[in-house]
Each structure stands twice: as structure tokens, then as C-alpha cells.
Design a protein around this ligand. Structure first.
Ligand SMILES: *Cc1c(COP(=O)(O)O)cnc(C)c1O
Length: 478
């Protein structure tokens, strides 16, 4: 059984603990003590597996306190054609008139049209199983600027052991995103609208999380992007994408590929890094940011500086508008050779000065070995990329995917396929697509006229006491 240890060195636990706890008790993040190395022989065995069978093999490497049969059952219940479409995860070849193979990995075919469904649907099932077994109830509290909230609600709705309290900002979401969340009628889903911005929502969640007694009394938990269950479920599609692209590109097993990843909280790309640590032949992991380029800055300069809310820009790839990257600590832990004292020191610096600088000479080699390279794009780059991809391929992509393709193209090499993750479908961000192309792709039936559906939500006055009262009235407790 693999144990989990905290990046700050003073907490540990099992896979199940990591799932239920979120943040470790010492303020750090739990990671497995070691990663299982997947040999060439095992890769060969895995290469033709269906998505749910592959998911079982990969997730079982992390979920070592659950039986493999149980993981298999869960994967087969979650990764179905009815939830994710025919192939679960699809691969498209795209052309940008350059040498080298460019591919789009379709990981946004789930119920809310963003890649977050891939992990959240699994986490919903996993939470429900663990809670039922222990006879516990959980009230998930979260803040969203759009994609996370809807993915969580569609994964948890109707599950008897879980209620969701999701805070969203009154102004900042698209009508499509609002309808997707607020039209849900399930009793265990509570949408709470907060006056102001996403940061106001996050502050409220933080206030409640710091109130340990309230948190305990009302069994408050979270499903935010640091949850290890999400990271491990995302590792699967790096393997799956690798195998399918190799077949398309006519390359033999062990041939290297690169991935381009539209990034915000560093969750998705961290999963790619874990896949590489497990022996998947990944050359580069191309980290794409938008104008909120905290991570691009870090990989270029060694300086990590978090932004305050005023410096955080509202962009046309809004799901990447972050002021800090919550999973980044796990990466620093790895490249510092798991030095929890050093990580604790850096995060103290961060609390005091809003930034830290790593010794670039010391870490240059390790960052290079990690394969992560980076770039950032602006609005015009995204618009032009959406146009170019449409003109050359008659394919419509969303603005986040455009970030990834724009930067991925810069690192394209002749004999190394570049696989860009499609983190959302264009239907979710029609305004920007309209600006780029002058039209929007037809919606699939279940999303037609979604804006007209009746909406149900609670509008809070933005105070912590009002929020607490709402939770007290509606929480399902043990
Ligand atoms: C959440 C999200 C991202 C960023 O993913 P991270 O794991 O936070 O880096 C990118 N694109 C879309 C569409 C998203 O919803």
C-alpha cells in the first residue's frame, strides 16, 4: 500500500484520507510517497485497453487502499458512453500548415462540456462509496467562476450522502454557465449567489474553512483542484491520449510525444507530470497561460509571485484567470527532491512577501528534466488561433484550447507529436467564438435554449453570518 505524505512534512495518510481531507493538517498537500514505474511491457499491455479499463489500471496505482475490483466497478460506472459520448476521450488530427503532427485530445465530452468532468464524475462516485461505507454525510462547500461548480454539481446531484453548497459571483459568469448550474432542481444541490467577484466567494469559503468547529459540526468538505482524487483521475487521459496518438501517427511504443496544456491552478498539467514520473514517454509538457501569466513568469525567471485581486485580469479564457496556482506546491516539492523544509520555507516567504524566488542554477537541471516549458497568449492570439484552426480544418475550438494550441505550436518539433488538451467545448464560450468566426457551432440538443430554463438559487447578502445560517438550515449532518 502506498502511503501519502504532506509537502510540508508533518502529515501523512492513505489515498482515502487524501480524498476526504483535501488540505493536509499541516497546511501542505498530500502526495504519494512514490510513483509506480510502468514498464514497457506493461505499457504494451495497456495500449489497447478501453477507457474505463485503462482508468482502472492507472487509478489503482494510486488508490492502493481500495481493492482493484472496486476501482474497476467504479470506473465502469463512471466512464460510460451515455455520459461521455462514443469514445469517452477522442483524438483529432489538426493542421496548422507546419511540419510535425498536431493533435487535439477531446477531454471535454462530459455533461458540462469541460475537462473537469473527467475527474469530478469519478470523485463523485468515490466520495459516495466511501461515505456510505462509513455511514457519513458530507456537505461540499466551494466557490466557482464557472466550470468547477457545474462539474461538481453534475457529479454529485442525486447522491444521497453528499450535499453541495456552491458559491458563484453574481456578475461574472456567462448566461450559459449560470443556466447550467442554476437550472438544477435536485434537493442536494444548493447554488448560492454572492454579490461581487469570484474572490468574494473564495473569501467566504476560506472564512468557513478556518472555523474548524463549524466545519466539523456541519461536516464541511471540498472538491477543489488540490483534491488528489482529481489529480489521479486526470493521469488516465495522458496515457490514453499517448496510446491513441501513437497509433494515428504510426509510431512504435516508447516514441516520445509532447502535451500542450491550457493551465490555471496547475492541476491538469500536474497530472501530466505524474504520468511522466510513472514512465510515460513524454518529452515536453507545454504550460499555456493567458494574460494571467504567473506560471509562465516562474518557468522563465524562477520567481513565483501571486497576484492580488486587482491585478488578476478578466480575460476571454476566464477559466484560467487565477491569482495563484493552488497545485504548484506539489511540483516544487518534486523538483526540490521532496525537501519539505524547503517547501515550508518558500510558502512562508509567500505568505509574508507574496512571492519567492528559487535558485535557478540549482534547479535548472531539474526543471529541464521535468519537461515543462511555458508561454502565454493574449486575446488576439486566441482569436487568430480559433480562426486559423477553423480555416484549415473546419473545426471550431474554444478560447482555452486556443491558448494551448497557440503555445503548443511554438514548441512543435518535427518528429514529436504535440497533443493539445481540449479543456472545454466552444458551446460554453460562444461570445468569443462569435467574435472570431462570425458564427457559433450548433449546440447539441440538450443545450438548446438552456438560457430559458427556470433558475433556482439563494442570493446571499455576502456576509459570513448569512451564509452560515443558510448552511445550518440546509446541511445534511451526521
Ligand atoms: C479549469 C480549467 C482550466 C485550468 O485547469 P487547471 O487544472 O486549473 O490548470 C483550463 N481550461 C478550462 C476550460 C478549465 O475549465
Amino acid at each position: 500500500m502506498i502511503e501519502y505524505e504532506s509537502t510540508r512534512g508533518r502529515a501523512s495518510g492513505t489515498f482515502t484520507d487524501a480524498i476526504l481531507e483535501g488540505l493536509a493538517s499541516d497546511g501542505g498537500l498530500l502526495v504519494p510517497k512514490n510513483y509506480e514505474m510502468i514498464s514497457k511491457e506493461r505499457l504494451a499491455e495497456w495500449q489497447d485497453l478501453s477507457y474505463p479499463d485503462l482508468a482502472c489500471e492507472v487509478i489503482a496505482c494510486f488508490a492502493t487502499d481500495l481493492s482493484k475490483d472496486r476501482v474497476r466497478e467504479m470506473c465502469h460506472e463512471v466512464y460510460t458512453k451515455s455520459k461521455f459520448g462514443k469514445d469517452i476521450v477522442s483524438v483529432k488530427t489538426v493542421n496548422l500548415n507546419r511540419k510535425g503532427g498536431l493533435y487535439i485530445l477531446g477531454v471535454s465530452n462530459g455533461p458540462t462540456l469541460a475537462f473537469k468532468d473527467m475527474a469530478m464524475q469519478f470523485l463523485g462516485k468515490l466520495f459516495d462509496e466511501i461515505l456510505r461505507e462509513r455511514g457519513l454525510k458530507l456537505n461540499i462547500l466551494g466557490a466557482t467562476s464557472g466550470d468547477t461548480g457545474s462539474a461538481a454539481e453534475y457529479a454529485m446531484m442525486g447522491r444521497g450522502s453528499i450535499s453541495v453548497f456552491m458559491l458563484s459571483p453574481k456578475d461574472r459568469m456567462s448566461e450559459f454557465q449560470k443556466s447550467q448550474m442554476y437550472s438544477l432542481r435536485e434537493k442536494n444541490i444548493h447554488n448560492i449567489v454572492v454579490p461581487g467577484s469570484f474572490d468574494n466567494c473564495q473569501d467566504l469559503v476560506k472564512d468557513i474553512s478556518n472555523d474548524l468547529r463549524f466545519k466539523k459540526t456541519y461536516s464541511i468538505g471540498s472538491v477543489n483542484s488540490i483534491n488528489w482524487g482529481r489529480i489521479s483521475a486526470q493521469v488516465v487521459y495522458y496515457f490514453f491520449g499517448y496510446f491513441r496518438v501513437l497509433q494515428k501517427a504510426n509510431k512504435s511504443l516508447m516514441h516520445p510525444v509532447s502535451f500542450a496544456v491550457p493551465s490555471g491552478n496547475f492541476g491538469n498539467i500536474l497530472s501530466g507530470f505524474v504520468a511522466k514520473e510513472m514512465g510515460l514517454p513524454i518529452k515536453n509538457l507545454v504550460l499555456a497561460t493567458n494574460e494571467n501569466n504567473i506560471l509562465d513568469d516562474f518557468f522563465k525567471s524562477g520567481v513565483y509571485r501571486v497576484r492580488n485581486p486587482k491585478e488578476t485580469l478578466i480575460t476571454s479564457s476566464p477559466s484560467m484567470d487565477i491569482s495563484k496556482a493552488s497545485n504548484f506546491e506539489r511540483f516544487i516539492y518534486e523538483i526540490s527532491d521532496r525537501d519539505s523544509n524547503y517547501v515550508s520555507f518558500l510558502w512562508n516567504e509567500l505568505t509574508e512577501k507574496q512571492s519567492f524566488t528559487i535558485d535557478k542554477n540549482k534547479f535548472q537541471k531539474l526543471i529541464k528534466e521535468s519537461g515543462i516549458v511555458s508561454g502565454s497568449s493574449n486575446h488576439n492570439n486566441r482569436i487568430n488561433t480559433i480562426r486559423k484552426i477553423y480555416e484549415l480544418n473546419e473545426l471550431v475550438i474554444d478560447p482555452h484550447t486556443a491558448d494551448g494550441i497557440y503555445i503548443g505550436d511554438k514548441y512543435l518539433e518535427e518528429n514529436c507529436p504535440m497533443i493539445c488538451l481540449e479543456t472545454a467545448l466552444p458551446t460554453k464560450f460562444e461570445e468569443t467564438v462569435q467574435e472570431a468566426l462570425g458564427f457559433v457551432p450548433e449546440r447539441i440538443d440538450c443545450f438548446k435554449n438552456i438560457e430559458e430554463r427556470a433558475r433556482r438559487f439563494y442570493e446571499t447578502d455576502g456576509t459570513i453570518s448569512d451564509l452560515k445560517n443558510y448552511i445550518i438550515k440546509n446541511a445534511d449532518i451526521n
